[in-house]
Design a protein around this ligand. Sequence first.
Ligand code: ADP
Ligand code: MG
Ligand code: ZN
Length: 550
Amino acid sequence: MSDMTPLDALRTTFGYPAFRGRQAEVIDRVMAGRHSLAVMPTGAGKSLTYQIPALCREGTGLVISPLIALMHDQVRSAEAAGIRAAALTSADDNREETIRRFRAGDLDLLYVAPERANTESFRRLIADQTLALIAIDEAHCVSEWGHDFRPDYRTIKGLLEVRPDVPRLALTATADQHTRADILAQLGIPDEGLILAGFDRPNISYAIEPRDGITKQLLAFIATQTGPGIVYAQSRNETEKLAVAIATSGRPARAYHAGLEPQIRAAASRAFVSSEDMVMVATIAFGMGIDKPDVRFVAHAGLPKSIEAYYQETGRAGRDGDPAVAQLFWGAEDFSRARRRIESEVEEARRPGERARLNALAGLVEATGCRRAILLRHFGETPPPACGNCDNCLSPPAQVDATEIARKLLSAAFRTEMRFGIGHLIDVLAGKETDKVIGQGHQRLSVFGIASEEELKLVRPVARVLMARDALRADDFGGLSFGPGARPILKGEEAVAVVLPPKRARGSRRSRDAGPEDPMFEALRAKRRDLAREAGVPPYVIFHDAVLRE
Ligand code: ADP
Ligand code: MG
Ligand code: ZN
């Protein structure tokens, strides 16, 4: 067995022609007896990086894995490939037999649940056995920084200390920096043992723009896309509204959220998986465990929770490797709402990362440079300076310095006692004597009429940037007040730049095709409601063609 090379094993045992990404590099390190941490996204092929050394090195490969169900699956698929594998879990009845085979050196791979690994008898069992490697799968479970900390994983350290001579390979898809450092420290892996790769999804084209009438924007976007797609909406209610609008525009669409009956959800999933042009409008409840490689686009109708969530959600597009699009529409209110949630959260202390996560998102949506570079850098990879396949690379946005108008807007908010919304502040800056301005006596303020025609055009984009940066905060009624980001701008320590929106035919906002305000749309919607009532299903499960056929 042990004179087989990794490439032989890949070809003969697994039937693949070549290694992917940095698999070969990880395997070479294990073959050389060195400790490593491989951080690669889900689906990158981490399992092979321990299975192959287990076949090619002398002795059994131990694999510590947190999920019993997963472990049994892996034993089955390893056995199907002709690998001698078994599992030791608490739910195991073949214990005696498994231990006998392990002792006799008849196992290539032994999967062990962490609570099994941490016993005196197991430590004795491995003390003088020949081991090819010790793999720690889902290694983020060892860290309290990770999203899935498991106290059992803490005890793996003790097990590793029994066999410092055996190469360790920790594996995870979680690339967060704190978690990474924690895994290295706890599992005794040197910093140079970190191999992080494969986060780039070159076939996905990223585009991000401010929200401005989301239904309209989405319909226009979807009209340019062929193939099936997912739209992530901000609420259950919005999924249903948007699904109706999309279906009515002539594209099959369904809504999906956790509030729907399980059988409706299951039917929607099935319909989507087998469809070639359906749009699934969903909350983030949708997507995990959905196996559909030909999703051509993922659109976000609002800000995702974090860059990690954005990466994961957009990553559901183009898994077949063909070109796919990730389109995000964001609003300044998304940031305000998220920041308010953080503020009001009693357990704020328990979420030290929340603020940092929002700031990272603000950096992504405001960026004028390559979006992909920002994503990859976030995950610890070193990107090329430009990807050529994101909105900013494809048409570099015009950027203007808006520091002066930002200061005027902040001053206007301050002079009006930070109680008014953007519309009123624009009137004040423009020097418009509206009833409200007069009523409040704001025509007497020093900020009245201080903005030029040109500056006034930038006030809304500037407000958006200021809200993303937490320089301005909106209350529940849209009233704008200062956040911690205001000071450095007012003191001249920080500049504000805004991206000019691409010149589009702005005049066509009330377009002639069936939009939500169109009477034809209303008629169709009524028709759909009737059909749905007859069929005893929610309106959005009726396809557009069923409506149009009537
Ligand atoms: P991960 O654990 O990183 O999420 P898996 O180990 O489950 O990923 O692998 C995902 C899929 O990729 C599996 O079906 C696996 O067989 C396949 N795969 C892994 N390496 C290769 C390769 N070099 N060539 C082709 N397919 C591969
Ligand atoms: Mg895996
Ligand atoms: Zn780019």
